[in-house]
Design a protein around this ligand. Sequence first.
Ligand code: HEM
Length: 169
Amino acid sequence: MVSTCVLLLNAGHEATVNTTGNGWWALFRHPDQLAALRADPALLPRAIEELMRYDTPLQLFERWVLDDIEIDGTPIPRGSEVALLFGSANHDPARFPDPDRLDLTRVDNPHLSFGAGIHYCLGAPLARLELATVFGELLRQAPGLRLVSEPRWKPGFVIRGLRELLVEC
Ligand code: HEM
């Protein structure tokens, strides 16, 4: 019970916080997109999916391979440990047209930021609700929100997030 609560707290807190920081940092770097979102709040659900794709908060998860498989000509034997690079998959040009462009109107956006398969994020619906609330309320209540200084990143390459994002109204 205790470890389940710890998992829910850790899994539920950090990724949502980082999605929020990374997302606002992406919006500040793309003022045309931020202006479009401010002008049309109905864009928000799509915008959140795109912000999650564009700057993926959980970059890497590992798996142990249960059967011999081959992916794109590369054999991967049973028992191997593989690192799944969600951030890289989210910028795959074979799946996302113009993947390095932030496009809040992107429609076909099957990003992997919540993972896939049996370990697909248990909290995805809650995370989407939290993100819609935090982005929606900040857009509504702080329409002049702007960046004060370039942010610093936390160390590490698995969890991608900012140490802080200094803003003013
Ligand atoms: C934007 C926010 C979030 C992101 C980007 C995110 C991302 C992920 C990813 C990528 C996985 C798959 C891990 C794997 O493949 O091994 C995962 C699993 C999980 N997430 Fe989230 N998550 C978020 C929010 C939440 C929230 C709010 C909760 C719960 C309150 C939560 C609970 C979990 C749990 C329990 C798992 C493990 C599921 C399993 O192994 O079966 N997550 N999440």
